[in-house]
Design a protein around this ligand. Structure first.
Ligand code: ATP
Ligand code: MG
Length: 420
């Protein structure tokens, strides 16, 4: 039979790497908890409308990249291309606004986008993100921005630049929109086909186009910061002041607009120079109109999403500990094999990581296996040990050996034997 391969743009995470992912995820959960964020888990698929309304149908994500299909009941459903829309849907549906505000939620999820796979760009990928509802103050924005900053800091990831911008509110954007349209209008035919099409629908997205020609046309485009109303300008100034106070470096980039339609005021991106074209490792912003867009009452919201495959490309994994057994029990003979299973049961139940032979291997082959697993300690159980009730436990690294009564081998003993 012919070989079946994984679908294009997906990747298996094998045991030789999964422990690195677990390290990253643990770190993320830990920092989220320190900030008072709690995990929310929403379905992998939603009614397609959730994304059409929550992400916006002029975005690339919705117009080109979604995995949408009819289920057997004839409903249109979509594998989530991002996390925010589903979380907002859930926030409204479950009345989370009745809990103490602000609502502070985080998610660690797989997302699905039909894209051209390349380094740092997959069709199934992983995102960590947070959403916070109920707070409008610049202090909320600064807190949210400080979170990924601290994640990178604690992961030891350097050379990441924070870019921030304000895209104002509906009021300031109306004037800006007109200014952009008149700027691009006479250059319309030089724009890439996508931008040409979105000139009247969503001209701000042209600023964020990756094509070289659009980028060069945009160099002299009007800047949103010149169009901010005084409330939005104040908000942005206070944000900058807070970031300065927190010691978080940033540059203001008036061309950061973010892909999603419902952003307002603060937008930001963390960009790495270390992974080539797909350099944006985290992007976010404020989206005060989103809950209404999905049929709820109005609540201010702010959040970000981080692409974990891109973080993995930057993570120095050398010092991440691979899980290894605390003890390998080698056995010789039938009696010893049974006894090794019993000892292992006792130790595993008490919290130790223990392996033993279930392959009927020779002693030599068992020790070779123990070595390959990286077991910290080993012991050999044979008739002699069973008769005397005493066994020698060896630390595989230091070669230190200790004689101990079999019945005295417990979690505490293992912990002492494996102490560095
Ligand atoms: P890009 O400009 O790289 O396409 P985006 O604006 O589409 O990114 P967002 O929707 O803001 O991305 O998603 C947040 C983060 O998720 C991105 O900054 C990136 O790190 C990651 N991400 C987005 N799409 C992919 C993908 N196809 N594969 C891997 N990571 C992705
Ligand atoms: Mg994209």
């Amino acid at each position: 039979m012919s070989l079946i391969t994984a679908p294009k743009g997906t990747a298996d995470i094998l045991p030789s790497d999964s422990y690195k992912w677990q390290y990253l995820e643990k770190k993320i959960r830990d920092i989220s908890a320190r900030y008072g964020f709690n995990e929310i888990r929403t379905p992998v698929f939603e009614h397609t409308e959730v994304f059409e309304r929550g992400v916006g149908d002029t975005t690339d994500v919705v117009s080109k990249e979604m995995y949408t299909f009819q289920d057997k009941g004839g409903r249109s459903v979509t594998l989530r291309p991002e996390g925010t829309a589903g979380v907002v849907r859930s926030f409204i549906e479950n009345g989370l606004f009745n809990e103490p505000m602000p609502a502070k939620l985080y998610y660690l999820i797989n997302c699905f986008r039909y894209e051209k796979p390349q380094k740092g760009r997959l069709r199934q990928f992983s995102q960590y993100g947070i959403e916070m509802f109920g707070a409008t103050s610049p202090a909320a924005d600064a807190m949210v921005i400080s979170l990924p900053y601290n994640i990178f800091r604690e992961l030891g990831i350097k050379d990441i630049e924070l870019k921030i911008n304000s895209i104002g509110c509906r009021k300031c954007r109306a004037d800006y929109r007109n200014a952009l349209i008149s700027y691009y209008e006479d250059k319309k035919d030089m724009l890439c086909p996508t931008c040409n099409e979105r000139l009247y629908k969503n001209p701000m997205r042209i600023l964020d186009c990756k094509s070289d020609i659009c980028k060069s046309i945009s160099v002299n485009a009007p800047k949103i910061l010149d169009y901010l109303c005084s409330d939005c300008a104040d908000h942005f100034n206070q944000l900058k002041e807070l970031l300065d106070g927190m010691g978080i470096g940033y540059t203001v980039d008036p061309y950061i607009v973010r892909g999603l339609d419902y952003y307002n005021r603060t937008v930001f991106e963390f960009i790495s120079s270390g992974i080539g074209a797909q350099g944006t490792v985290c992007g976010g912003g404020r989206y005060d109109g989103m809950t209404e867009q999905l049929g709820g009452a109005s609540y201010p919201g702010i959040g970000f999403a981080m692409g974990l495959e891109r973080i993995m490309l930057l993570l120095d994994c050398e010092n991440i500990k691979k899980p290894v057994p605390d003890l390998y029990i080698a056995s010789m003979g039938h009696r010893a094999q049974i006894e090794s299973a019993l000892i292992a049961q006792r130790l595993i139940r008490s919290g130790a990581a223990v392996e033993y032979d279930i392959m009927d291997r020779s002693l030599k082959a068992q020790m070779k296996y123990a070595d390959k697993t990286g077991a910290l300690c080993s012991m050999v159980l044979g008739d002699n040990e069973l008769d005397t009730g005493i066994v020698t436990v060896k630390n595989m690294r230091t070669k230190e050996q200790r004689q101990v009564k079999i019945k005295d081998i417990d979690f505490q003993f293992i912990t002492e034997m494996t102490k560095e």
